[in-house]
Design a protein around this ligand. Structure first.
Ligand SMILES: *[C@@H]1O[C@H](CO)[C@@H](O)[C@H](O)[C@H]1NC(C)=O
Ligand SMILES: *[C@@H]1O[C@H](CO)[C@@H](O)[C@H](O)[C@H]1NC(C)=O
Ligand SMILES: *[C@@H]1O[C@H](CO)[C@@H](O)[C@H](O)[C@H]1NC(C)=O
Ligand SMILES: *[C@@H]1O[C@H](CO)[C@@H](O)[C@H](O)[C@H]1NC(C)=O
Ligand SMILES: *[C@@H]1O[C@H](CO)[C@@H](O)[C@H](O)[C@H]1NC(C)=O
Length: 438
């Protein structure tokens, strides 16, 4: 199945290009815009590790372009933490969706692909053409063109990704623990986290956009965790629903129409798509929504959740495996150290003396960070789900590390710090200097 993937991606991209250039008569001849570089062999295949055997294929997906700020986050935050805590051979490849017309993006890809083998991770680069209707780029008037393009792109991600699951993460997503099967799925349902952050002004803009796109209000803020796991066909279904709902022929038209309603419009595709999932595909996902200390009935009324009230099973606590670096204050760089020490603790791995010394202060530390996402804006569960650092949350942390310990002992996660140096070497190409990781 994996072997077929490259061709599948090519075929899908051909289709995507056709959709984007529907008018062109030679559509079928459109060159596939895919380069996959990898001929790495996985050291232990995914299916061979029973922990992952029933996990559908996943693509860890980043939509980015090679602008300085994003590159720095990508290398220093995302990729460094990913090399330790996301196993591409067991969970799924990293796919970067880049700008097709950009020479810099090609150079970025050419450089990075050289390091794949050393990093032991599988990266594919896909190139997305400019939207046909250039008004997409200026739809959210207060946002830069590149950002508008990235937002829009989220609505067509399913045309680029061929695996059943899209795991969506930003360049400033930072993994804080090895990822296990149970962080992704509960049974066969994809985990979703949400939070009541409706006190923030931007949420009402996202909500307005969502309501205009699909006729439903956001039941929660879903931009509160990474990666966001989405069944690939939920994106397809959501897009088709939008076309019908707005009676338009293309998603570009929908995006432009709704996004231009007023000057301050701001969109969050994650929220639109997960709100769609909440109303139309609720059974395919496992919901963990922290409504904070608000009364449930009032909450449902306030956020206009008709006939779809949350139930207690939608509101149980869940862990984070990543945080949002841009909005997380950690001046002394404590989190990476805590995270590493927790991951390596009590495993078969032999720590160097330096690491042992580094971990000494964290000997009694519990990883409460796993209940935080941002702390500059308040997206933490320590005053809600995990009030008073309660036993329930504490045991969730413990159970999680019981699982990661097994994975480390099986060699799924090698926690090899030399990989961090390799990422930093790759970043040198762009003259990017990361802060020390630990
Ligand atoms: C990388 O991806 C290719 C194509 O999907 C696959 O055949 C190969 O086994 C992967 N390698 C690793 C190390 O995961
Ligand atoms: C949808 O749009 C088409 C053409 O733009 C129009 O002919 C049709 O009446 C519209 N349908 C509805 C239900 O508004
Ligand atoms: C629900 O909201 C109303 C109006 O804001 C308030 O008076 C009431 O105390 C709330 N109920 C609960 C249980 O919080
Ligand atoms: C750790 O060190 C011990 C003793 O030196 C050695 O027997 C063992 O194989 C090492 N484990 C690993 C995973 O390298
Ligand atoms: C290390 O693992 C042991 C055994 O599971 C546990 O009791 C201890 O709390 C852990 N320490 C840290 C810092 O996580």
């Amino acid at each position: 199945m994996k072997r077929l993937k490259l061709y599948a991606v090519m075929a899908i991209l051909g289709t995507a290009a056709c959709l984007l250039y529907r008018q062109l008569t030679n559509c079928g001849k459109t060159a596939p815009v895919h380069q996959s570089m990898s001929n790495l062999q996985p050291e232990t295949s995914r299916k061979a590790v029973s922990h992952f055997k029933d996990v559908p294929d996943i693509t860890l997906t980043v939509r980015m372009s090679s602008v300085a700020k994003l590159l720095k986050y990508f290398y220093c935050t995302m990729l460094r933490s990913l090399t330790l805590y996301w196993s591409t051979s067991h969970l799924g490849n990293l796919v970067l969706i880049l700008d097709k017309e950009s020479k810099d993006d090609r150079k970025f890809a050419e450089n990075l692909q050289k390091y794949q083998k050393k990093l032991g991770i599988n990266i594919s680069f896909l190139y997305e053409p400019l939207p046909k209707d250039k008004r997409v780029l200026t739809t959210a008037k207060s946002q830069p063109r590149g950002y508008n393009r990235q937002l829009y792109s989220s609505f067509i991600m399913d045309e680029f990704i061929s695996t059943p699951i899209v795991a969506w993460i930003d360049t400033d997503g930072k993994f804080t623990t090895p990822v296990t099967r149970d962080n992704i799925l509960n049974g066969n349902k994809l985990r979703v986290k949400g939070m009541n952050t409706f006190q923030y002004a931007w949420i009402s803009r996202w909500d307005k956009f969502t309501e205009r796109m699909i006729g439903k209000h956001m039941p929660s803020d879903f931009m509160t965790y990474f990666p966001v796991y989405i069944w690939r066909d939920t994106i397809t279904n959501c897009r088709n629903y939008i076309l019908k709902h707005l009676n338009v022929s293309t998603i570009e038209k929908a995006y432009i129409r709704v996004g231009s309603i007023d000057y301050n419009m701001h969109m969050s595709p994650v929220n639109t798509i997960m709100t769609y999932a909440y109303y139309f595909e609720k059974e395919r996902y496992d919901w963990h929504i922290d409504i904070r200390d608000v009364d449930l009935h009032n909450y449902s009324k306030l956020h206009k959740i008709p006939d779809h009230e949350l139930t207690s099973t939608d509101m149980s606590p869940d862990l984070h495996v990543a945080l949002h670096e841009k909005y997380y204050k950690d001046d002394k760089n404590i989190i990476n150290r805590q995270a590493y020490c927790a991951a390596v603790n009590n495993t078969v791995l032999n720590m160097t003396q330096d690491i042992q010394k580094m971990c000494e202060p964290f000997k009694t530390n519990e990883m409460w960070v796993l209940f935080e996402f941002c702390n500059k804006v308040k997206q933490v569960h320590l005053t809600t789900w995990c009030k008073n650092k309660n036993k329930h949350c504490s045991s969730m942390i413990k159970e999680h590390y019981d699982k990661t310990r097994l994975l480390v002992n099986e060699g799924v996660y090698k926690l090899d710090l030399k990989k961090i140096k390799v990422v930093e070497e790759a970043a040198n190409f762009h003259k990017i200097k990361c802060q020390p990781f630990l």
